[in-house]
Design a protein around this ligand. Structure first.
Ligand code: DGP
Length: 114
């Protein structure tokens, strides 16, 4: 068993507020939200980041995006709009090295990000 934080959440070793789950994907609320709605969507299988993904990980990547869409639908975010963010590597702000999509909504989100 690895000690990756999000793998441990997937295994229910660390509590999280889960909002969506499929056979391949888990979505839970971010512990340090930066928007009124802030959910993380992760693949259950460990992949560190998009930059580490293999050509054969296309289905996994698609499932994470579909998971983000389903989270947005179930939480009623689709009409107003939401932002999906995927940080890749330290300089981009990635702090947990298990691939995840941030689903952000509930406030005006500036572009470009600061
Ligand atoms: P990133 O910086 O893109 O790697 O995003 C990691 C996010 O993970 C960050 O917004 C905070 C969140 N996070 C860190 N530790 C925990 C935890 O134990 N539980 C939950 N739910 N979220 C966490």
């Amino acid at each position: 068993m690895n000690s990756c934080l999000f793998c441990r959440i997937v295994r229910r070793e660390i509590p999280a507020e889960i909002v969506h789950e499929t056979a391949d994907v888990l979505a839970f609320r971010d512990v340090r939200p930066v928007a009124p709605t802030h959910v993380l969507v992760v693949p259950k299988r460990h992949v560190a980041a998009v930059r580490e993904a293999e050509d054969t990980d296309g289905e996994l990547l698609g499932q994470v995006m579909i998971g983000a869409r389903d989270v947005a639908r179930s939480l009623g975010l689709a009409a107003g709009g939401y932002r999906l963010v995927v940080n890749n590597g330290e300089e981009a702000g990635q702090t947990v090295f298990h691939l995840h999509v941030h689903v952000l909504a509930g406030r005006s989100l500036a572009w470009p990000p600061g």
